[in-house]
Design a protein around this ligand. Sequence first.
Ligand code: TYD
Length: 169
Amino acid sequence: MARVWRGVVRTRAGLIRYNMRMEQTLILIKPDAIQKRLTGIILSRFEALGLEIAAAKVVRASEELLREHYANLKGTPFVDGVVKFMMGDYNNLPDHRIYAFVLRGENAVSRVRAALGATNPEKAEPWTLRGQFGCIKDGVMQNAVHASGTPQEAEREIALWFKPEEVLP
Ligand code: TYD
């Protein structure tokens, strides 16, 4: 869902026109970040962007949900490893869990992705979340956080992870 507000501000330098895209994005804090106790650090980065939390929960994601979430990876040699990783198998989590959030704010999708950095943590800029905290183990990228790549993806992913009534209007 993306709402666009257009407006004009009158300043001494003249009129400034603006387009504000209010967007929602799905965030998943992955098992590697949970094991390393990074949840607070990750959320503080998003708060500093001025984004609001519209939904939050602890999820024991089923294999079915994860395969649906990562439908774009179907047929790749690493999809099974990614699903196992997301189920906590590589991070010694006794009770496997993921922390899921819907964040909302101006241009939230692209701003959150910029804070994450590249998918491959070895290629992500060192000051991004994935650059700072990610690693690759057994061919699986343990990159700390998932965030939707586009507003369309966000809509699909939010509907997968949350019921409509769990997201603040
Ligand atoms: P993808 O959807 O391509 O990236 P992103 O998470 O940045 O949207 O891939 C999903 C996850 O799969 C990614 O976060 C880490 C993992 N992955 C690998 O382990 N190896 C790979 O070669 C790729 C492309 C992804």
